[in-house]
Design a protein around this ligand. Structure first.
Ligand SMILES: NC(=O)C1=CN([C@@H]2O[C@H](COP(=O)(O)OP(=O)(O)OC[C@H]3O[C@@H](n4cnc5c(N)ncnc54)[C@H](OP(=O)(O)O)[C@@H]3O)[C@@H](O)[C@H]2O)C=CC1
Ligand SMILES: O=C1O[C@H](COP(=O)(O)O)[C@@H](O)[C@H](O)[C@H]1O
Length: 522
């Protein structure tokens, strides 16, 4: 609750002073991390308050607080900034600060902590709590923004991050709107919404309609953390920043495309959520569809949010909804992953006996446009597969004639999204010696060549939202179209095919590719 005695920095100069005392010697808005500095040289957000709903939750503790801390420690959050945590647990500001510092000390995502910076960061943290369905909590948030106003140069800019169960997205966005907190007269107001955005097309349409009762689409930032991954952004950079790829990025040269998001992990204690979601809602409708759209879209007329999102939605519209015979759904059985015995999905705690929730999906997408007609895109994702790897592979056609012994293999351009981020090109080369034998070789670019640690996706996306850049956030029509594409396979009342944990999924997924194509061995 608001504590009238607590110390909110009085004005922007006081905050700047606080920042200058930091052990890190740079001005706010300038990074001491050369890689990030290069990316952000001219970008610093205006003074603002970041309001995190659900701040005591898993996502906030493991990812969001470390992401904000990293941005702040790098001096990327401008001259005046504070965080208001919102939850249902009764805590004072002091207790919340302890909670947040503990989260930062324990999360694997926290950047190296510089001396004294945790204590300085703590002074920017405040907390309020209550029932999210009660108008009282929004009135308290308003008062918090009023209190921060003088420190924020007379502005009441705010980003509201909904890191709560999806059932609370509607009440919170409506509560904020009804309290006048979507009104931008006294400062900009933005709403970041976590995934999943709806559970099918109708619920996404309903959620969009509820949100738009108070919020303009330009104020809404639907987060898909895959779009914040450095290597995902590199798909556009490579496609549109080089002359050599675009001419061959079409049905004349490409045989097919494979997009894989494999995880070795299982449920990680999220059975309650996963039982309702399954892999189609958890990964396919959002992360994989976004990777697909970025790979298949046409060249945007500009590098901005409107133009890029227009192209993404165009290609999603040109894509045929997935039919049941173009999809394979699986569920992991007991097995061994990374040397450890694991139980089958149905034996996981809190999973319903006989559950039909799929933990693996593979689909074939077909696009009815001039660029891609006849070129299948195969997408797959699953839990308890042999390893964690996300990759987009553009597989080119075989050479028309096999002149050399050793075969006529397909060239592959592969974007390694994670881990070992990079891009590789596979092609055939003559082996040394008298015989003109061909062998496949790989030209490999690795991101670590830049000599910098990659930024967390949440850092990137949070900063973009604070800067008002929606390029990396899916627009309402994209999300709705993605739900349309998966509609047939969302609620199939059929048994998913069992696969042994630690293998690459059900055998039927191989059949999806036909006799002349194979899933890549990763
Ligand atoms: N965790 C993850 O790795 C990922 C999460 N997400 C999404 O992020 C969002 C948050 O997920 P996560 O942090 O895991 O969820 P948690 O369940 O761990 O936390 C949710 C937060 O919401 C609060 N909360 C829950 N129910 C209520 C209620 N009825 N009234 C008020 N507050 C409530 C919780 O409070 P309390 O602490 O008191 O229970 C907690 O602060 C979800 O939409 C999820 O789908 C997306 C990608 C990954
Ligand atoms: O959104 C989600 O993503 C994670 C995988 O994300 P990554 O960045 O680790 O690849 C997945 O484990 C989780 O089930 C899903 O909700």
């Amino acid at each position: 609750m608001t504590d009238p005695n607590r110390s909110v920095p009085a004005d922007a100069s006081q905050l700047t002073e606080t920042a200058s005392e930091q052990a890190i010697h740079h001005r706010p808005g300038e990074s001491n991390n050369p890689f990030r500095q290069g990316m952000r040289r001219n970008r610093a957000p205006e003074p603002a308050t970041l309001v995190i709903f659900g701040v005591t939750g898993d996502l906030a503790k493991r990812k969001l607080l470390p992401a904000v801390f990293g941005l702040w420690q790098d001096g990327l959050l401008g001259t005046a900034f504070n965080i208001l945590g919102v939850g249902r647990q009764d805590m004072t500001d002091e207790q919340f600060r302890e909670f947040a510092l503990d989260a930062l000390r324990t999360s694997k995502e926290t950047d190296e902590i510089q001396e004294g910076s945790l204590e300085k960061f703590a002074s920017l943290l405040f907390y309020t709590f209550g029932d999210f369905a009660d108008i009282g909590i929004y009135e308290r948030i308003k008062r918090e923004l009023d209190e921060a106003e003088s420190a924020h140069g007379g502005r009441k800019n705010a980003v509201f991050y909904l890191s709560t169960p999806p059932s609370l997205f509607e009440p919170i966005s409506t509560g904020l709107g009804s309290a006048g907190l979507a009104d931008e007269t006294e400062g900009w107001r933005r709403l970041i919404i976590e995934k999943p955005f709806g559970r099918d097309l109708q619920s996404a349409l309903d959620l969009n309609a509820t949100i738009h009762a108070h919020w303009q689409e330009t104020q809404v930032y639907r987060i898909d953390h895959y779009l914040g991954k450095e290597t995902v952004q590199n798909i556009m950079a490579i496609r549109f920043g080089n002359a050599i790829f675009e001419p061959i990025w079409n049905r004349t040269y490409v045989d097919h495309v494979q997009i894989t998001a494999a995880e070795d992990l299982g449920l990680e204690g999220r059975a309650g959520y996963y039982e309702e979601a399954g892999v189609v809602r958890d990964m396919l409708q959002n992360h994989l569809m976004q990777l697909f759209a970025l790979t298949a879209m046409e060249t945007p007329v500009a590098f901005d949010a409107g133009a890029i999102r227009d192209e993404k939605v165009k290609v999603l519209r040109a894509t045929r909804p997935i039919t049941e015979d173009a999809a394979v759904r699986g569920q992991y059985a007991a097995g061994t992953v990374s040397g450890e015995q694991v139980v089958g999905y149905r034996d996981e705690p809190n999973v319903k006996p006989g559950s039909k929730t799929p933990t693996y999906v593979a689909v074939k997408l077909e696009i009815d446009n001039w660029r891609w007609s006849g070129v299948p895109f195969y997408l797959r994702s699953g839990k308890h597969l042999p390893k964690k790897v996300t990759e987009i592979a553009v597989v080119f056609q075989r050479p028309p004639l096999g002149l050399f012994p050793g075969g006529a293999e397909r060239n592959v351009l592969a974007f390694r999204i994670q881990p070992d981020e990079g891009v590789s090109l596979k092609f055939s080369s003559k082996t040394p010696g008298q015989e003109d034998l061909l062998r496949e070789v790989v030209m490999d670019f690795r991101y670590d060549a830049f000599g910098a640690q990659l930024e967390s996706p949440y850092s990137r996306l949070l900063l973009d939202a604070m800067l008002g850049d929606a390029t990396l956030f899916p627009r309402e029509d994209e999300v709705e179209r993605a739900w349309e594409l998966v509609a047939h396979i969302l609620n199939m009342d059929v048994e998913p095919q069992p696969y042994t944990s630690g293998t690459w999924g059900p055998d039927a997924a191989d059949d999806l590719l036909g006799h002349d194509r194979r899933w890549r061995r990763l």
